[in-house]
Design a protein around this ligand. Structure first.
Ligand code: PGA
Length: 248
């Protein structure tokens, strides 16, 4: 059985006060859940939230990191720095990073390796544009993204990686992939993982869906065989809607 994992990606939202009152509210609402709960705030709030989440079942993730451990890389955050704060997860290769900040399959691969080396669990995002879907390229695109993301990564490290299938056309648009569409893409990702590694790990690895996940569609998404959780943007910004998703 794969443990469901629901992560909130706050993107560039929240300040100290709003983050702390959110966490105080959320921890009461998700206390008894069987789902692994992760909040990914902006880097300015990582330390504060990691401290505030102590003794709760809420894990904290970063939204990005650099692959080098230290050096002259102005503005970047290293895996050692995240580890120093006790950060559990890091989103890697989100489509907004690919689109606006020059993230490529190659940098995604470097970041995954760096995260694994420092004991930070990567949440690796893959997904197609609307154009690619219309051209029937969804499966080949995903295959390429997954194959390049996992290049030279050892089998024993793969179980600590979470994949998030996020069709770009569904992110922040209110348009969700149908549960069947999401499941079929995720089943395809499992096949790609099986072809790279083996059947066992393809059954073990957790794969989330992301893209306009809301309290009113989570149940149907989670009812699909291959979907193990969600990466939630907009609906993670309020503790009540995020907790409804967690407690689907
Ligand atoms: P959304 O974002 O839920 O607002 O569509 C998802 C994401 O970008 O991870």
């Amino acid at each position: 059985m794969r443990l469901p994992i629901i992560a909130g990606n706050w993107k560039m939202h929240m300040t100290k006060d709003t983050a702390l009152s959110y966490l105080k509210d959320l921890k009461e609402r998700v206390k008894g859940t069987d789902v692994e709960v992760v909040i990914c705030p902006p880097s300015t709030l990582l330390n504060l939230l990691k401290e505030a989440a102590k003794g709760t079942n809420i894990k904290i993730g970063a939204q990005n990191m650099y692959w080098e451990e230290q050096g002259a890389f102005t503005g970047e955050t290293s895996p050692i720095m995240l580890k120093d704060l006790g950060i559990d997860y890091c989103i890697i290769g989100h489509s907004e990073r690919r689109q606006y900040f020059g993230e490529t399959d190659e940098t995604v691969n470097k970041k995954i390796k760096a995260a694994i080396k420092h004991g930070i669990k990567p949440i690796v995002c893959v997904g197609e544009t609307l154009e690619e879907r219309k051209e029937g390229k969804t499966e080949s695109l995903i295959k390429k993204q997954v194959a390049q993301a996992f290049k030279n990564i050892d089998l024993e490290d793969v179980k600590n990686v979470v994949i998030a299938y996020e069709p770009i056309w569904a992110i922040g648009t209110g348009e969700t992939a149908t549960p069947e569409m999401a499941n079929s893409a995720i089943a395809h990702i499992r096949e790609v993982v099986r072809d790279i590694y083996n059947e066992g790990i393809s059954e073990e690895i957790r794969i989330q869906y992301g893209g306009s996940v809301k309290p009113n569609n989570i149940e149907e998404l989670m009812g699909q065989d291959d979907i193990d959780g969600a990466l939630v943007g907009g609906a993670s910004l309020k503790a009540d809607s995020f907790s409804e998703i967690v407690n689907f």
